[in-house]
Design a binder for this molecule. Structure first.
Ligand code: MF3
Ligand code: CO
Ligand code: CO
Length: 289
């Protein structure tokens, strides 16, 4: 159904369409006519929704800061989950992973050859040489914020230190590639090139995602890509970038027993960093890091 100039705008601003999103929609429509994939309205957030995500993001970032300050050799991954549960509860928020499609814990802890979705476990004690990703997603007032960081425990091999560093640089390059009226493919283009130039591979089967009102929304953000392809990026879109970069093959598989843990096929190490972003009129805002 096409809105008339004097109808109320779809964004619920209360303004007339012609003085709100009409020119914006016409600009999107011009890309669609050229054959580009364009975002549906329901993934474009209002300023109020972005403010809600900003608040969720603040809690999520503070939680990761606490993990940064406390994580150490000798802790179990269950201890990390306990910190996540306690902090989130104290701040009136909810851990999105808990019960998500049956997921049994409140964060993901992915060590060494585990790519992502590692399940916290009281028997898995952090030891010197481990590289671990801790991924937390907070829901506050119904809004989601999703981020993860890597930690090097004790003495880590130079190759793994490089993997962790290059993966963070991949994320930063991906963020810098996000521009309103650019394309999702621009992100994977820069990440893929940088990872490959450094001798690493990029996981393809799992990627970033729209986020905010739900845990996983459109678009899928592939970390390998081609410039000027995939979905058009417009102001108000919110999504994660979360490159998973591997020392060996990019191929991965899922643990058949727990149904969650994702491993590299060759059991060589993998690293990941994740931010949630909001696209602004002239760039990008990091909502949680
Ligand atoms: N936080 C993960 C992501 O970045 C998703 C974890 S789903 C879970 O998309 F159920 F495993 F928690
Ligand atoms: Co995510
Ligand atoms: Co995440």
């Amino acid at each position: 159904m096409k809105l008339g100039r004097n109808d109320a705008c779809w964004c619920k601003s209360g303004k007339k369409y012609k003085s709100c999103h009409m020119a914006f929609d016409e600009r999107i429509e011009s890309y669609a006519r050229l054959g580009h994939i364009v975002p549906p309205h329901h993934i474009i957030k209002t300023p109020q929704q972005i403010e809600g995500m900003r608040e969720a993001g603040k809690i999520n970032t503070e939680l990761l800061d606490i993990i940064t300050d406390t994580i150490q050799e000798g802790m179990s991954t269950q201890d990390i989950d306990d910190i996540v549960v306690k902090y989130t509860k104290e701040h009136g928020a909810i851990c999105a992973p808990y019960g998500y499609e049956g997921y049994p814990k409140s964060c993901c802890t992915s060590i060494n050859e585990v790519v992502c979705h590692g399940i916290p476990d009281p028997n898995r004690i952090l030891k010197s040489g481990d590289i671990i990703n801790v991924d937390v997603t907070t829901i506050y007032n119904g809004f989601y914020a999703d981020a993860s960081r890597m930690y090097c425990i004790g003495d880590v091999k130079p190759e793994d230190e490089k993997l962790v560093r290059v993966t963070k640089e991949c994320l930063d390059l991906g963020v810098a590639a996000v521009k309103p009226w650019g394309f999702i493919g621009d992100i994977g283009a820069v990440i893929g090139k940088y990872a490959h130039d450094n001798g690493f591979s990029v996981v393809r089967d799992i990627g970033g995602h729209g986020v905010g009102i739900e845990f996983h929304e459109e678009p899928y953000v592939c970390h390998v890509g081609v410039e000027n392809t995939d979905m058009l990026i417009v102001p108000g879109m919110t999504f994660t970038i979360e490159p998973m970069i591997n020392v060996g093959t990019y191929e991965v598989y899922q643990d058949e027993d727990d149904g969650w843990t994702i491993y590299t096929d060759d059991h060589k190490n993998s690293a990941q960093w994740e931010y949630t972003l909001a696209v602004t009129e002239d760039g990008v805002e990091i909502l949680t890091h």
